[in-house]
Ligand binder design. Structure first.
Ligand code: FAD
Length: 377
């Protein structure tokens, strides 16, 4: 069986490595092969960008060579896919090469869409890219006082990031001894301060305790960069001195261009993780249209189910596992404490008070990621 994985981020790398181990005998016997096509020879640990934005990590700490993370039997090429010819079981890459497959796994991730909002790219800092995170840190260092506003577009990857960056801003200015000179205002698009109800319930009293102001039902319409005002579709205006944005995301352009899903989100069976109408095409991570958080954690749990099912199809001709919507997110509640949210399709998270041990667990996970993405954890 020819297995083709497109995308070498969290989801694609875990699927490929997990399959390589499960199918080692079949690969040795030339009964199965795994090819991975990606857009980069480097792999970024994206959650580390939050720490770069506060000067706590250097950008080069976030990268490893992609090839070094892969089992040696995986045939890896940096050659992005340009065309998906799903009905003919093949893809065409930028270099013009055609790859035929029996099973395809799409793991191309997502991208920020700041440019959809007039003024947002020029007017706001965002830590969702390496350059953006470094620039944000420089702006924070130069900031001596005034109003910092946070705005959020939906959907976006890492739904926890808006509250994490807000808590981190509080601790950052406190550590610099200027918290009393800084007003922090959090703006959120729906009618509570977080999309996950129990996260909203937990974060609200924390915001109150830290003197963080918030406005709900605030969907950004435009940013007036000259006058430093962000306007919402609901008609309100927020004056800022420093604006921080968690922008709306789409799936990758290649998904949109090949009509695989609106806004780049591929219609995906929520239990089997196959593309709707295509039993030999699996979808993992951010690019699914599933009603779960777009996180590395969801990508990881999905990847394990996909690898288990592809391997069982090779071995016994049928899938054996289903994805239950599992997500496990650490939540940094500032610079020295954290909590977590563990949930699935049926069971909402039950948040505990933040503590130092969870923060250190998260700091350890930042290093353990490299073991985890190799499919060993
Ligand atoms: C600031 C920030 C903080 C975050 N914090 C957390 C957190 O605390 N916890 C958590 O669980 N998650 C967090 N995330 C989210 C997490 O990083 C993503 O959800 C996760 O990486 C998604 O995995 P993925 O495999 O779907 O996509 P990605 O990891 O983004 O990988 C996509 C891959 O596809 C490749 N690709 C793109 N186009 C093509 C193409 N045409 N052909 C071939 N390959 C292609 C890319 O090169 C890349 O290798 C955070 C993200 C950010 C930005």
């Amino acid at each position: 069986m020819r297995i083709l994985v497109v995308g070498g981020g969290t989801g694609g790398t875990i699927v490929a490595n997990n399959l390589a181990r499960r199918l080692a005998p079949e690969i040795r016997a030339h009964k199965a092969s795994i090819t991975l096509l990606s857009a980069s020879d480097r792999h970024m640990y994206q959650p580390g960008l939050l720490y770069v934005a506060f000067g706590q990590m250097m950008p080069d700490e976030l990268y490893r060579d992609q090839a070094s993370l892969l089992e040696t039997c995986i045939d890896f090429h940096v050659d992005p896919v340009e065309q998906f010819q799903i009905d003919q079981n093949k893809v065409k890459t930028e270099s013009g090469k055609i790859h035929e497959y029996d099973v395809l796994v799409i793991a191309t991730g997502s991208r920020t869409m700041s440019r959809k909002i007039p003024g947002l790219t020029e007017g706001a800092e965002t830590f969702y890219t390496e350059e953006g995170a470094v620039k944000m840190f420089k702006k924070l260092r130069d900031f001596e006082g005034g109003k910092v506003s946070i705005v959020v577009g939906v959907p976006h990857k890492c739904p926890i990031a808006p509250v994490e960056v807000t808590f981190s801003l509080h601790d950052y200015f406190k550590a610099r001894g200027i918290r009393d000179k800084v007003e922090i205002k959090y703006n959120y698009p729906i009618n509570r301060i977080h999309s996950i109800e129990n996260v909203a319930k937990w974060a609200k009293p924390e915001f109150d305790r830290m003197g963080i102001k918030y406005e709900t039902l605030f969907n950004v319409e435009e940013v007036d960069v000259e006058n430093k005002v962000v306007k919402s579709m609901e008609g309100s205006e927020d004056h800022y001195d420093l604006l921080i944005s968690i922008p709306e995301h789409h799936g990758m352009e290649v998904i949109e261009k090949n009509d695989l899903g609106q806004d780049g989100w591929i219609p995906t069976d929520r239990y089997q993780l196959t593309m709707e109408g295509h039993d030999n095409v699996y979808v993992v991570g951010d690019t699914t249209n599933l009603p779960v958080s777009k996180t590395g954690s969801a990508a990881h749990f999905e990847a394990e189910v996909i690898a288990e099912n592809i391997a069982s199809i090779v071995k016994i001709g049928t899938p054996v596992s289903e994805y239950d919507g599992k997500v496990y997110c650490f939540i940094e509640a500032g610079h020295d404490k954290a909590t977590y949210a563990n949930f699935n399709y049926l069971t909402p998270p039950d948040l505990k008070a933040a503590n130092k041990s969870m923060h250190w667990f998260k700091m350890s996970y930042n290093k353990m990621y490299w073991t985890s993405v190799r499919g060993l954890l």
